[in-house]
Design a protein around this ligand. Structure first.
Ligand code: FAD
Ligand code: NAD
Length: 468
């Protein structure tokens, strides 16, 4: 039986980063992955493929809507070749997952393909595709088994017409009318892909606004810009029935007043969140407890109820984000090695990769109000930037929330071109507990979208933005 210092179960961004960090710290490490490719949800059916399709569809939209104004004429009709678009996406995925194989071998991490199940606290059975079982021994283990799409109890996901994000990333045709249940991150990102390609897109959302967990200002501006592009939103609608007949899908919902509303489409994308995944893991054999939501219970060091077994990423509490899983992978490896790592969960940024992009870190206005914090606001519109006018990306703004007495930045909320990248400045500032004035006194290159951050900081400091 092969023996290890650490065995990691699951090779998503949580698992593979944990394995690399363990190996860097001198531990003999194994990683177990059920699928034939490494990288988990994020690389195979999540972050990377969705961004590849967002990029391709963005190019198409630019070609049909914006090229002419830029003085670029394309003789003949610009057409979508969906098969090629999906195949390019797959190429990006393949390249990226192969990259993880390389990193495993570079760090001398043994990779096992198969379903990992605890036999006891230190032994893991690995069931391979041919049914054979290999058992390995590990002093410590890290559970990084991630999540799967969740659904509503009355919906039958047939994976053909009633689909999850996984199927939406490899459709064979552009839907005529895509009905999306859930106006969260997946609904808006994948909705935008197919809206750009010509589908009618209706988003049915239970809450009274889309991206309901983000700052209300971001939700309002994103609603406005996506509506301009043809999205239809039905907020405060409670879906109660989804039926498929042949190629047609009918979604029935009750609106705020209790009236029944019917949506007829050819595809229905169900994206109402994801559930922690522990099928086949047999955590009970190792004394690992789950909570009532099916998440693996952990303490502040991400230790489970079984001392030498840790859990990270989507399978535990907290935001289901790749970079959160990565930070936790690093934390666990360093804690095992006797270090004292720390994660400030308040400073894990959240991003929606629509265009305009949406990005945020820290507290929302709603949270600050609820907590009774005395705060001030500085907001700067993208349209006031020369850089934004040059690229015709004038939608959006940067909003900085700072403590009214101390000027410490408490939250930064952005919507606009490239804000997914700009949010890193806000995270850095907040990690160093910067004040709004600190940001406002830093030189920002001109012309850049980042100037909006400085201007919002000036607005928050003393209501003295320069360019509005
Ligand atoms: P996962 O990535 O889910 O990996 C878990 C792995 O464990 C899987 O490979 C699974 O096969 C394996 N596994 C499970 N059980 C076993 C077992 N018993 N034995 C062996 N292997 C097992 N997040 C972002 O931060 N940015 C984004 O842009 C983004 N886009 C997304 C887009 C979509 C469409 C989706 C669905 C998700 C997106 N996410 C994004 C979320 C992100 O993918 C997850 O937060 C992230 O993958 C979680 O990482 P993880 O390591 O915890 O688990
Ligand atoms: P989500 O939590 O972002 O959104 C789900 C939405 O569905 C919410 O707005 C919720 O109010 C709504 N909803 C719930 N029940 C409903 C009902 N009965 N009827 C109508 N609407 C209902 O979840 P998601 O979009 O499925 O994404 C899953 C996870 O994947 C998220 O946690 C997200 O963090 C992650 N993800 C992240 C990114 C990114 O970081 N850019 C991209 C995609 C996915």
């Amino acid at each position: 039986m092969n023996s290890y210092d650490v065995a990691v179960i699951g090779s998503g961004p949580g698992g593979y980063v944990a394995a690399i960090r363990c190996a860097q710290l001198g531990m003999k490490t194994a990683i177990i992955e059920k699928y034939s490719t490494l990288g988990g949800t994020c690389l195979n059916v999540g972050c990377i493929p969705s961004k590849a399709l967002l990029d391709s569809s963005h190019h198409y939209e630019d070609a049909i809507k914006h090229f002419e104004e830029h003085g670029i004429e394309i003789p003949g009709e610009v057409k979508v070749n969906l098969e090629q678009m999906i195949s390019r996406k797959q190429g990006v995925v393949d390249q990226t997952t192969k990259g993880i194989e390389f990193l495993m071998s570079k760090n001398k991490i043994d990779v096992y393909q198969g379903i990992g199940s605890f036999k006891d606290k230190t032994k893991i059975d690995i069931t391979k595709e041919d049914g054979s079982i290999e058992t390995i021994e590990a002093v410590k283990s890290i559970i990084a088994t991630g999540s799967k799409p969740s659904t509503l109890p009355f919906i039958n996901i047939d994976k053909e017409r009633v689909i999850t994000s996984t199927e939406a990333l490899k459709l064979k045709e552009i839907p005529k009318h895509l009905v999306i249940i859930g106006g969260g991150v997946i609904g808006l990102e994948l909705g935008q892909v197919y809206r750009r390609l010509g589908a009618e897109v209706s988003v049915v959302e239970y809450m009274d606004r889309i991206i309901p967990t983000m700052d209300g200002g971001l939700s309002k501006e994103l609603t406005r810009t996506l509506k301009k592009s043809g999205f239809k939103f039905y907020t405060s609608h409670k879906v109660k029935e989804v039926t498929r007949t042949g190629d047609e899908v009918i979604v029935k919902a009750d609106d705020k007043k209790g009236n029944e509303v019917e949506f007829k489409g050819d595809y229905c994308l169900v994206c109402v969140g994801r559930r922690p995944y522990t099928d086949g893991l047999k955590p009970e054999n190792a004394g690992v407890k789950l909570n009532e939501r099916g998440q693996i219970e952990v303490n502040d060091h991400l230790q489970t109820s079984s001392e030498n077994i840790y859990a990270i990423g989507d399978v535990i509490k907290g935001a289901m984000l790749a970079h959160k899983a990565e930070e936790e992978g690093t934390l666990v490896a360093e804690f095992m090695a006797g270090q004292k790592p720390h994660i400030d969960y308040n400073l894990i940024p959240g991003v929606v990769y629509t265009w305009p992009e949406v990005a945020a870190v820290g507290k929302t206005e709603e949270q600050l109000k609820e907590a009774g914090v005395n705060y001030k606001t500085g907001q700067f519109p993208m349209r006031a930037l020369g850089r934004a006018r040059a690229s015709m990306d004038i939608d959006g703004f940067v909003k900085i929330l700072a403590d009214a007495e101390t000027d410490e930045v408490l939250g930064v909320h952005m919507i606009g071109a490239r804000v997914a990248d700009l949010i890193a400045e806000a995270v850095t500032a907040m990690e160093f507990r910067a004040s709004a004035e600190d940001i406002s006194r830093m030189s920002h290159a001109h012309p850049t979208y980042a100037e909006a951050v400085k201007e919002a900081a000036l607005a928050a400091t003393d209501d003295r933005a320069l360019h509005v």
